[in-house]
Write a new protein. Structure first.
Length: 75
């Protein structure tokens, strides 16, 4: 697998995780008949939470991979 293919796969995985986490709070809030503001707040919080999870999993993945293979990257 080339580095470009690995990077593309990692971007797809990150996007999928972000999408799943971001849409979960609004879908859960639909059970309680939310207003538009509440629905947008749930979506915003889901996006923020998704970004935090993607960042953390990326950091954790680099730790398990050992030293970074890419020059110029910090651990």
């Amino acid at each position: 697998m080339s580095e470009a293919e690995r990077d593309a796969g990692n971007r797809r995985i990150k996007a999928a995780i972000l999408l799943i986490v971001a849409v979960s709070p609004p879908l859960i809030s639909l059970q309680f008949d939310p207003s538009a503001v509440e629905l947008l707040a749930a979506l915003g919080s889901g996006i923020v939470l998704g970004l935090i999870i993607v960042w953390y999993l990326g950091r954790l993945g680099r730790e398990f991979a050992g030293s970074s293979r890419r020059p110029g990257r910090r651990r």
